[in-house]
Design a protein around this ligand. Structure first.
Ligand code: ADP
Ligand code: MG
Length: 458
């Protein structure tokens, strides 16, 4: 009997696996119609459906790099395709083949249940202080974040962290939450990106659940609000943040914000909110230096139990400078190429893996941006840098200033100087005006996107 049961069990398992495989194949087929072929072949083709439980479809992926990459780049398409392909609502879960590495990662984490992290608090386990490499560029921000995590509502309230794209703001703000709940498990924590907060607010207004929305945020001990520059041009949202801020601050609760620039430089932000945001401690994260970039690469590789010779780490770190996210992306590409072609990780392989990436990353210069804007508006570079203020010229100038700011993140003063020695208030005004137009006028926003894409292609 037992033998028969086993056989039946095995057969049942096989049927389930078949089902999972069939369903996943169907999802892949749909996804393949919507995404670039090269990406699909690299990231999605090597995956298989391997399990189907009540509410979950399990998909096996080569390693946790894949899980992460797919999660970051293809999840929306996958979810849509899954909703179309399956009658019952299913969640997709990626299972790395190298479970050993994943288990090792988990062992390093404090014991907080995944559901409370992801569900209620929206914290991701991998964003910890332990996994954050400290260097000159982020030392101060790191120290402030740690201090706040140890003692929320203490001296640095609010804490405001700002820095460029992909430099570790989300990592740090999430690490605060992850650490704080290990210090005090009963802490009421919420991570929310400003954009998600906005969507929640709109829904609450539509569904008449404003009160519940307010209460949810007002009861917190620690509010982590990411990417607050999203507030630009959204008065209703600013108002709401302002009130929640006051309430929490009065109650002695800790608030942490991140932004891509300091409070004073967020255009169209109400004065009273600016002063609130800047009233605690404001710290910045600078681009990482070479040494830190190498250390980050080595740490990422070690977490994945992936061999990474020093010369290869150096090769990548010396070339990928702009953001840690791109640095990670480069490592992911390299590891993927090594595993797909069964070749060892060497400088030659790195060269091959990063060829397209590096070719695409020809540094953009101020002048090429100004030229692009000038061409777009049919004026000359000299006119843009000059002082004549016809309506058309002024707009071209303002757009050019805005693009330089967005693309290169130069200081207002530097930008003013590059435009024939203009005052930094002129630059603020330009950036504000363009942001406002962008928010109000979809056609203008589309033009800006086109211009930006053109610039980034070089
Ligand atoms: P931002 O929010 O500033 O755009 P993220 O926090 O999302 O940037 O960081 C991008 C990626 O780089 C993340 O995967 C993060 O874990 C990683 N990262 C950034 N800084 C560090 C660091 N100092 N040490 C380790 N990983 C880092
Ligand atoms: Mg972020």
């Amino acid at each position: 009997m037992a033998v028969l049961d086993d056989k039946l069990g095995a057969k049942a398992r096989r049927t389930i696996n078949d089902k999972a495989q069939n369903l996943w194949n169907e999802v892949l087929e749909r996804v393949s119609l919507r995404v670039a072929k090269e990406g699909f072949d690299t990231w999605l083709a090597p995956t298989t459906g391997c399990g189907l439980t009540g509410s979950k479809l399990e998909v096996q992926v080569p390693n946790s790099f894949f899980a992460e990459w797919i999660g970051q780049h293809y999840l929306t398409e996958i979810r849509t395709a899954l909703a179309d392909a399956s009658e019952t609502p299913l969640e997709v879960v990626f299972k790395p083949k190298d479970v050993a590495a994943a288990a090792a990662l988990r062992r390093k984490e404090p014991k907080i249940t995944e559901s409370s992290r992801n569900g209620e608090f929206r914290l991701q386990a991998r964003y910890t202080f332990t996994n954050f490499v400290v260097g000159e560029s982020n030392r101060f921000a790191y120290a402030a974040a740690r201090s706040v995590a140890e003692k929320p509502g203490g001296t640095y309230n609010p804490l405001f962290i700002y820095g460029g794209v992909g430099l570790g703001k989300t990592h740090l703000i999430q690490a605060i939450g992850n650490h704080a709940i290990t210090v005090r498990a009963s802490l009421r924590v919420q991570y929310v990106a400003a954009e998600a907060f906005f969507i929640e607010l709109i829904q609450a207004i539509e569904k008449n659940t404003r009160l519940a929305f307010k209460q949810k945020y007002r009861r917190l001990n620690l509010l982590l609000m990411d990417d607050i520059h999203y507030l630009v041009g959204k008065e209703r949202l600013q108002e709401e943040v302002f009130h929640i801020f006051n309430h929490l601050h009065d109650a002695g609760s800790q608030i942490v914000f991140t932004s891509d620039r300091p409070p004073k430089e967020i255009p169209t932000l109400e004065e009273r909110l600016v002063s609130r945001l800047g009233s605690g401690l404001v710290v910045d994260i600078q681009p990482a230096d070479l040494e830190t970039r190498i250390a980050i690469l080595k740490q990422k590789a070690a977490l994945e139990e992936q061999e990474l010779p020093h010369d290869v780490a150096y090769y990548i770190a010396a070339r990928v400078k702009s953001s840690i996210r791109e640095l990670e992306g480069s490592l992911v590409r390299l590891v993927a190429l090594a595993s797909l072609t069964n070749r060892p990780v060497t400088v030659e392989l790195a060269e091959e893996a990063l060829k397209d990436l590096l070719a695409a990353a020809v540094p953009v210069s101020k002048d090429s941006i100004i030229l692009a804007a000038a061409e777009h508006y049919g004026v000359t570079v000299d006119q843009i840098k000059g002082n004549r203020r016809t309506k058309h010229l002024a707009l071209a100038r303002q757009v050019a200033m805005y693009l330089v700011r967005q693309t290169l993140g130069l200081s207002l003063k530097e930008i003013g100087l590059s435009f024939g020695g203009k005052d930094h208030t002129t630059v603020i005004h330009a950036v504000e005006k363009v942001e406002r137009l962008r928010a109000q006028d979809e056609a203008f926003a589309a033009q800006l996107r086109k211009l930006t894409a053109g610039i980034n292609r070089g």
